[in-house]
Ligand binder design. Structure first.
Ligand SMILES: NC(=O)c1ccc[n+]([C@@H]2O[C@H](COP(=O)([O-])OP(=O)(O)OC[C@H]3O[C@@H](n4cnc5c(N)ncnc54)[C@H](O)[C@@H]3O)[C@@H](O)[C@H]2O)c1
Length: 390
């Protein structure tokens, strides 16, 4: 079985590493630096298992110098390209994927879309004659390869004509996992597209629920931790994925919930709309709460722009929404973020100097707490009740 993977981000790279222990995998990304790093056994993203596997395992990885070379003579061409939400069209921007289907795709290979796409996208490509499957991806950033080695499920969407290809693909992925009895579900393409969007909308709903619980407890002077522990001892609810934050964020939940809501435009709903608006309400609340705790001319310190501990990016991080709201009120802000160059940036003033940061900030906002904050804990404002990410 020969694979190629187009797009070496969190999704593409983790799959490339997973599959290449067993199969030859050709990688292609418009960012050639990323490909070269991977071939030198260095991970371009922060992920413990990817770093470990690149260093320790014999992987059958090679790079292609062009898209044409990447897609030539392969059994499966996997697409793991970005699909940002476009507010103008109220849909994911699928242009990076569309471009691939304009190139000379080998008639014998089957394309597997791993990017999150709007419902109906796979079917529209089938109608144009492409051999294409959709397989949703469920990994978490910072645990990308781990989640592929120990997947909760493997789902492949296809029509009747491509059912055998879907089964072969699912079986090839399953063979590379480290988990016994991984559930495999083969279903229609529209259903598989919906599994991805409903899964993320449910996760966002759960985050929004525990955040609203925390808003209530905070305003009423109650202990959030006690309430959540008591609620979650019910096994139907469960003691997981229940840690309050400044709002849900990261690359996927904000954009996937917006896509889901856009698809409900002609479908009666209350909950889907509420998931999206609840996240705005939560950020409004957090910003107001912070504003009420400071005096004029005081500086608000922001401890990290990242969404989770150990993350290496801050795409749609909830703290960015808090910063915007405080900036509207002309609050002076200083950000401690070692991942960006110091000085004035699009996010605000960045410092790497811990002493300057802790001296100048009158209050320090942390979406996620860290031991580093221990020495200034009386200044810290966080809603990270259980100090964990999931
Ligand atoms: N990040 C996640 O946690 C996650 C989880 C599940 C699903 N997804 C979905 O998977 C898709 C990819 O997400 P990601 O986080 O891996 O994205 P990413 O931004 O980390 O990686 C995308 C990669 O594609 C490359 N690229 C862009 N245009 C290209 C082109 N035309 N040809 C070749 N390479 C190109 C970029 O250089 C980049 O390396 C998205 O649709 C996302 O919604 C992401």
């Amino acid at each position: 079985m020969r694979f190629s993977i187009i797009g070496l981000g969190y999704v593409g790279l983790s799959l490339a590493v997973l599959l290449s222990e067993r199969y030859p995998v050709t990688i292609y990304d418009t960012n050639s630096e990323k490909m070269n790093k991977v071939l030198k056994k260095q991970s371009p993203i922060q992920d413990v298992y990817i770093e470990k596997y690149l260093k320790e395992k014999k992987l059958l990885l090679k790079k292609a110098d062009s898209l044409e070379e990447a897609v030539h003579d392969k059994d499966f061409v996997i697409l793991a390209l970005p699909t940002d939400y476009d507010v103008q069209t109220q849909s994911f921007d699928t242009s990076a994927l569309d471009e691939i289907f304009k190139t000379n795709l080998d008639g014998t290979s089957t394309v597997v879309i791993k990017s999150t796409i709007p419902p109906g996208y796979t079917q529209s490509l089938r109608e144009k004659g492409f051999r294409v499957l959709f397989s949703p991806e469920f990994l978490r950033e910072t645990h990308a390869l781990y989640d592929n080695l120990f997947p909760s499920r493997i789902i492949v969407g296809c029509d009747d004509e491509l059912k055998e290809q879907a089964q072969i693909f699912a079986e090839s992925v399953r063979e590379c996992t480290c988990k016994e009895n991984v559930p495999v579900e083969i279903m229609g393409t529209g259903e598989a597209e919906c599994v991805k969007l409903f899964s993320n909308t449910y996760l966002a709903l759960r985050v929004a629920f525990f955040n609203e619980l925390d808003t209530y407890a905070d305003l009423k002077g109650l202990d959030t931790g006690s309430i959540i522990r008591g609620v979650c001892l019910d096994p139907r609810i469960g003691n997981f994925y229940n840690n309050p934050s400044f709002g849900y964020g990261g690359y996927c939940l904000p954009k996937d919930t917006k896509q889901m809501l856009a698809n409900y435009r002609d479908v009666p709903n209350d909950i889907i709309q509420a998931v999206v608006s609840s996240n705005q309400t939560r950020k409004d609340f957090i910003a107001k709460r912070v504003y009420s705790k400071i005096q004029a001319n005081q500086t608000v310190g922001i401890y990290r722009l990242t969404m989770k501990k150990g993350s290496d990016n801050f795409r749609s991080s909830s703290i960015l929404g808090i910063i915007q709201r405080l900036q509207k009120e002309k609050v002076s802000i200083l950000i401690y973020e070692p991942l960006i160059t110091e000085g004035r940036t699009e996010y605000g003033m960045i410092t790497h100097n811990w002493n300057t940061f802790t001296r100048e900030a009158d209050i320090v906002l942390a979406n996620r707490y860290d031991e580093q904050l221990e020495r200034i804990k009386e200044k810290v404002y966080t809603r990270d009740i259980f100090q964990r990410d999931e």
